[in-house]
Design a protein around this ligand. Structure first.
Ligand SMILES: [Zn+2]
Length: 327
């Protein structure tokens, strides 16, 4: 990883010297009540030079668990490095967070408008500001997300296949799963990758929910990365996670064959055999009970926790091909 900040760091016109702590306001726009809306950027610099790591969350305003992970990094002082710089942006889509919505007030998904433009939509302007003002100053990014609409993700990192640098970092992070997935066009991840910035995308839990196991996985993984980079000033229990990380080469969504009331019975993250019962779909009248069985053996990396499903809804995300990764 290249290290770019040894001297003064300048973000949005504010100079932050080595050894300084500063909060910079990323002015987004005004609310319709003319109240200004700011996204705070929390910057902590050690005197000793080192890499610059950016932690982001809340690109989707409803993904509160990611926000909680970055909040804990700050409140526990993990973001105060002994070398280098840590930058935290806990809520990028602050509009969505205020409105309890995934999208921006203009209905746009911020994660589909990168790299944005200074004259485009509101979401596009925020994307542009982030990419031009913050990203050039960082050496690596960890971006926290959750599953959407009631679908609970086992803690997992996502990036494109055969990126050796990210594979090495993912092993250090130690989330239970790594899922190889293509960079979506116009996403934050794809734009950062194109700019040559290594980015680990963390997915864990579901929207409007905070889960302790997911939070701990995100916080501990972040600490391991900082320790690995020689930046962690706080203590760490173990550089090795309880279980080895499972690398998933391919996976498939299992969809509901029937509409009805749904209850999953399988634990998220469990390994199942083909034809194991994963849950059941029923009707409200006690006449229908359909057992959902595993179409193949694999790990259950996402479970739909919605009590009502329609035919075709995604119920379980199951690994179909694992990758052996040498230690
Ligand atoms: Zn998201």
């Amino acid at each position: 990883m290249t290290e770019i900040n040894h001297g003064d760091l300048i973000i949005l016109g504010v100079t932050i010297k080595p050894g300084e702590s500063k909060e910079v306001n990323f002015n987004v726009a005004n609310l319709h009540t003319s109240t200004p809306v700011n996204v705070p950027i929390i910057i902590e610099r050690a005197k000793k030079p080192g890499p610059t790591v950016l932690f982001t969350a809340g690109i989707h305003g409803d993904e509160v668990n990611g926000v909680e992970i970055v909040r804990q990094l700050i409140s526990k002082g993990i973001n105060k490095p002994k070398a280098g710089t840590v930058i935290c942006m806990p809520v990028i889509n602050v509009f969505g967070f205020i409105n309890l919505k995934r999208e921006f007030p203009d209905g746009r998904d911020l994660n589909r408008v990168f790299p944005g433009s200074p004259t485009g939509s509101l979401a596009g302007r925020v994307a542009h500001k982030l990419i031009t003002e913050v990203i050039p100053n960082v050496d690596m990014i960890i971006d926290f997300h959750t599953g959407g609409s009631g679908r609970f993700n086992a803690p997992q990192l996502r990036f494109e296949k055969s990126n050796l640098e990210l594979i090495a970092l993912a092993k250090v992070f130690g989330a239970p799963f790594v899922l190889y997935s293509k960079n979506l066009p116009k996403s934050f991840r794809s734009t950062c990758s194109k700019l040559g910035k290594p980015i680990l995308l963390f997915e864990g839990g579901k929207s409007f929910h905070i889960d302790d196991a997911v939070t701990n996985s995100g916080v501990n993984g972040s600490k391991r990365i900082l320790k690995h980079l020689g930046m962690l000033a706080t203590t760490i229990k173990s550089m090795r996670p309880k279980h080895d990380c499972v690398f998933i080469d391919d996976s498939k969504w299992q969809r509901a064959k029937f509409s009805g009331m749904f209850k999953a019975t399988i634990r998220i993250g469990a390994y199942v055999q083909k034809k194991d019962v994963l849950g059941y779909i029923t009707d409200p009248y006690g006449k229908f009970n359909y057992f959902v069985k595993a179409p193949n053996s694999g790990y259950i990396i996402n479970v739909n926790e919605s009590p009502i499903v329609y035919q075709g809804d995604a119920l379980f995300h199951i690994s179909t091909k694992l990758k052996r990764v040498l230690k």
